[in-house]
Design a binder for this molecule. Structure first.
Ligand SMILES: Cc1ncc(C[n+]2csc(CCOP(=O)(O)OP(=O)(O)O)c2C)c(N)n1
Length: 585
């Protein structure tokens, strides 16, 4: 029985991985139990990655007993499963600050610990880092083994497969620990999963990588013995470890959807998130229902996801149209290129993807879709400043990058209702590739919607013109209220279409003394920069303030807090506009 409130005597005695060495197997079993209790009590309060960490408890203990970190490098693929590693490397006392502003990162972090090697939380990269680090150590005569811990889900990514090929061909001395729980979020999309041990063995061995296992990832003694012999090998070796996602917490073990892979703060008795005091609707839900409506009348519509069907709102679509639903695994490049092929074949693909993960498929987007002017619709979830997950999860590049694709249309809904309108227009009336991008935050409800690529004027004023993108339209409206109270009359536009920018909106903006653009994306080369360029041709040209995200790696924290600190909220925009209105003659 797990008791999340139980004291953590064994864990309290661990301040570094070295402290694990003295423990007996029985003491290690107690430690494993305490680690699960600690994870449950802590993550249920902060939110975070639960199921993946519950499944990696024994594996992490064994890794830290067999290896001498940091001299031996342990590289966690993605890094969402490294909580136990954090707890065993001296960070238990700060764990309550996980993902909080200024607190511990939800992923490994080089600033936090010498035991953390890699902090990029995009999947499938650990094998390449490991190959590079091992090659460097070999050439420079530096001691220490290099171990990559990769999940079966992350092993479906193209980068990981490229690294496997390279490591086997070059005989790079890395140890690959395959943490195989059969799941990504959903069950892992791979024929390797369906095969038996001999299929896996012949697959890896044909690439030139020794195969060891499979070993029970919850049997500490067996795990340690297998790791010791894998680490003793000279060439590349893959140790196949079978684990259970969510292990030890029945609601996670039972969760068919994602084994409580990641959770909001939750009620431990039920395993469900605490209900919000006011029900909130998300853009993801709006998309999930809008795509069903579109699919009902358009039999050529298909949906593609890169292992994120649930999180992007495609559950109901998958249930209703299993033949038109394509989960390709954690393979964003392939997803986009697949969409290009499907569009060439006469289908109408909708690629549902997080904004940050689209970065990986930039080449496919630019050439394979863009160059061929193919009608692929990209639905980008978690766009903008996402918050808790930190630098590699903020979706701040999409508008800037996508606006460089000739013929690309970029839409940004400012309400729940706009999502359906934009999806309908993207599929039905717009030409070439279209991206619709929305944030993680609550979707507000608005009776008035726009259409096509037209911007929508929300309110008319005199001195200042605020042009908002997506969720920042609400901030512009709040700024206009504040400005009004300060005696400055402001117009507000919902830009709706980030690219091409509606000339009617630009003409109207040109009539104001001060123009303020607001976007939750990189401002350099973004929407505001293009508005400012257009205003330079106007005589007399208005004073333009481009509010947006700087070219910087933004830390983790609450999305609202980060946006506020960047001046991307109502008061921040009002302040900037007010100062300009009162100083510009
Ligand atoms: C490039 C990229 N695409 C998608 C994701 C989102 N994501 C985070 S963890 C995960 C599943 C990883 O599965 P696996 O590697 O098997 O780890 P598990 O949690 O099952 O242990 C996904 C799809 C990501 N981090 N990076």
């Amino acid at each position: 029985m797990i008791d999340a409130d139980a004291p953590t005597v064994a864990l309290d005695a661990i301040s570094s991985p070295r402290d694990l060495q003295a423990l007996t197997i029985d003491e290690l079993a107690i430690l494993a139990k305490e680690l699960r209790e600690f994870l449950l009590s802590s993550v249920s309060a902060t939110g975070g990655h639960l199921g993946s960490n519950l499944g990696a408890v024994e594996l992490t203990i064994a890794l830290h007993r067999v290896l001498a970190s940091p001299e031996d490098a342990i590289i966690w693929d993605t890094g969402h499963q490294a909580y136990v590693h954090k707890l065993l490397t001296g960070r238990a006392s700060r764990f309550a600050t996980l993902r909080q502003p200024g607190g511990l990162s939800g992923y490994p972090s080089r600033a936090e610990s010498e035991h953390d090697v890699v902090e990029n939380s995009h999947a499938s990269t650990a094998l390449s880092y490991a190959a590079g680090l091992a090659a460097a150590r070999r050439l420079r005569g530096v001691r220490g083994r290099v171990v990559a811990v990769v999940g079966d889900g992350s092993l479906t990514g193209g980068v990981a497969l490229e690294a496997l090929n390279n490591v086997g061909a070059a005989q790079t001395p890395v140890v690959i620990v395959l943490n195989d729980n059969g799941r990504s979020y959903a069950p892992t999309v791979s024929a390797l999963q369906r095969g038996d041990e001999s299929a896996a063995r012949s697959y890896f061995e044909s690439l030139g990588i020794d195969y060891a296992g499979p070993v029970d990832g919850h049997d500490l003694e067996a795990l340690e013995a297998s790791l010791i012999s894998a680490v003793a090998q000279r060439g590349p070796v893959l140790l196949h470890v079978r684990t259970m996602k969510g292990r030890g917490y029945p609601p996670a073990e039972r969760d068919d959807d994602k084994c409580l892979h990641d959770v909001a703060p939750l009620d431990l008795r039920t395993g469900r998130a605490w209900p919000a005091s006011v029900p909130r609707r998300s853009h993801t839900e709006a998309f999930g229902s809008a795509i069903l409506d579109e699919a009902a009348t358009n039999p050529s519509l298909v949906a593609i996801t890169a292992a994120m069907g649930g999180p992007t709102g495609l559950h109901a679509f998958r249930e209703r149209y299993p033949d038109r639903f394509f989960d390709v695994g954690i393979a964003e490049q392939h997803a986009v290129n697949l969409a290009a092929g499907m569009a060439m074949g006469g289908l109408r693909p909708v690629v549902a993807i997080y904004s940050t993960f689209l970065n990986r498929a930039w080449d496919q987007l630019y050439y394979d879709v863009g160059l061929h002017r193919l009608p692929v619709v990209f639905c980008l979830d978690r766009a903008g400043v996402t918050g808790d997950d930190g630098p590699s999860h903020h979706g701040v590049l999409d508008m800037m990058l996508l606006s460089k694709v000739p013929g690309m249309t970029i839409l940004a809904p400012s309400s729940y209702e706009e999502v359906a309108v934009m999806l309908h227009d993207a599929i039905g009336t717009l030409d070439g590739p279209v991206a619709i991008r929305w944030p993680k935050s609550e979707a507000r409800s608005e009776a008035e919607v726009g259409s096509g690529c037209a911007a929508r004027r929300v309110r008319a004023g005199g001195e200042v013109c605020l042009l908002g993108v997506g969720k920042l339209v609400a901030a512009c409206e709040e700024a206009a209220e504040l400005l009004g109270a300060g005696g400055v009359d402001a117009t507000v536009w919902d830009a709706r279409c980030v690219q091409p920018i509606d000339p009617r909106m630009l003409d109207d903006a040109a009539l104001h003394r001060v123009v303020v653009t607001a976007e939750d994306g990189i401002v350099d080369g973004g929407f505001g920069a293009r508005v400012a360029a257009a205003m330079r041709h106007v005589r007399p040209h208005p004073f333009v303030i481009t509010a947006g995200v700087p070219t910087a790696y933004l830390p983790h924290g609450s999305a609202g807090g980060i946006l506020g600190a960047l001046g991307l909220d109502g008061p921040g925009l009002a302040r900037a506009a007010y100062d300009a209105a009162r100083t510009v003659v």
